[in-house]
Structure formats: C-alpha cells, structure tokens
Design a protein around this ligand. Structure first.
Ligand SMILES: [Zn+2]
Length: 255
C-alpha cells in the first residue's frame, strides 16, 4: 500500500432495495478481487455506515468497480438459458477467424428481466446492407442452410452476442447536479427512466426520502449502480406468474 491510498465510500441508503445492493456489491467485489491478482491492493469493508473501498488511486477503484458491474452483468443480464445454448439461434461473424457461426441468444435472469426491455439490447456488428457482395452471398447461403435470420431490425451480423445491461458512467463529472431522489445527495444525476426500476424504487423513493428532492425523478450514479447489485443479494424463484423475492438480511446493512 502506498502512503496515501484512495478511499471511496458508498453510504447506507436506508432503503431495502439499495441496501441489498450494498450487500450484493460486497459479494461481487469479493469474487472479482479473488479472480484478479491486479486487484490485490484493493480492499473493502462493510460497516454500519456503508461499504468503503480503498485502492492506490481513484482510477484503480473506478476500474475495479467497473469490473464488478461487468461481472454482475455477465452473471445476470447477459446470460443464456440451457435451451438457448442448445438452440444456438444467433448468427455471428467471428472477427478473428472470419467465420460465420451459430451461438446462443441471451435472456436476462428473472429479476433483471423486469428492468430489461427490447430496446435494452445492443450489439456490435455489421448490417447486412453494408456487407461486401461476396460476404452477402456467404451470409445468404449460411442463413438458408441453417434456417436462421440476422439480428434485429437492422439485420446485423453481430460479432458477439448482444448485451442488455444498462451502461452506467462511474464517477461522472459532466452534467448538471441535482438532488438524488433516493439518497438525497447532490450529485450528477440521471432521470429515473426504466419503468421496471419504478417497480422497486419509486414508491418508497417518492414517499420517504428527503424533502429536498422535490422532483423525485432523479437518481445519482451511486444509487443507480447499487440498485443493480441487489439482484446478487436477492434469492428468488419464479413460478408461472409470480416472482417471489426474499432478501438476505445482514446485521450491517439492516436499517
Ligand atoms: Zn443517490
């Protein structure tokens, strides 16, 4: 550790969903740190006031937290079901080998699927109309042989399977500051826009927090970020029509 390590604290929100996010972030951080020797110098601890990360500088912490979010996204959002793995319905171009092949489509797990819409999906690739003529012919043959279609309205020949997790800018500096409707801090905020997010947050956020948050439609990046990690802490099982959510309660993150 250098003499002046950098610390960053996520404070407890006193809101069950976001505080579950703190717990979830703790679990994921432990997994990411365990998997990456480059994060040996990053430490974190949870106490009654929240979750604090310490590293050599802010860049390391930002990279670490970004990796935590990616890890979460590829655990719950950008995943394939067993059936999707068997079906291999997606046509992609392997940019390294130049080969066209079939891979599995993706669907988020039950809770994330509540905050994922058709428009959440994005992928890198090349639109069919932009392909050179000889490649178009190759694609045509492939699609006919395998009875598949290219991805989306743009008929994209994707390079990788599409992803659907929301992009979150960590430690944003640009943008107007406003009062977060969840935690009440003044920070660069974004609009609360995903309808499904409202399912978990808006009612309580509108009613119980911070009289200064006059328009309860803004959320800071921290709350947005933490809200995502609640899925890690939530045990769930879905039946045909209902989704039951049971939360883990730990001594430290309870109200
Ligand atoms: Zn906030």
């Amino acid at each position: 550790m250098p003499e002046h390590p950098h610390s960053y604290a996520f404070s407890i929100r006193h809101h069950w969903w976001f505080d579950s996010g703190l717990t979830g972030l703790y679990y994921i951080a432990a997994q990411v740190k365990g998997d990456n020797p480059k994060y040996d110098t990053v430490t974190f601890h949870e106490d009654a006031s929240g979750l604090t990360f310490t590293g050599t500088d802010q860049e390391v912490l930002k990279e670490f937290l970004n990796d935590c979010y990616e890890h979460l996204a590829f655990k719950y959002w950008n995943v394939s079901t067993k059936k999707q793995k068997e079906d291999k319905d997606l046509v992609r171009l392997d940019v390294h080998t130049g080969k066209i092949e079939l891979i599995a489509k993706r669907n988020p797990a039950p809770i994330p699927s509540l905050f994922t819409g058709a428009r959440s999906w994005r992928a890198e690739g090349i639109a069919y109309k932009d392909l050179p003529v000889d490649k178009k012919e190759e694609v045509d043959l492939f699609l006919k042989e395998h009875k598949r279609n290219l991805w989306g309205k743009e008929q994209l020949l994707v390079y990788e399977a599409p992803v659907c997790h929301q992009q979150i800018e960590l430690f944003p500096v640009k943008g107007k500051k406003s009062v977060c409707s969840v935690c009440g801090q003044t920070a660069v905020c974004s609009e609360v826009s995903l309808p499904s997010f409202l399912l978990f947050a808006s009612q309580s956020a509108t009613h119980s927090f911070n009289s200064e948050g006059k328009k309860p439609d803004k959320i800071c990046w921290e709350c947005e970020f933490l809200g995502k990690f609640a899925v890690e802490a939530a045990h769930y099982k879905s039946s045909d029509e209902n989704l039951y959510i049971l939360q883990i309660h730990t001594g430290n993150v309870e109200k």
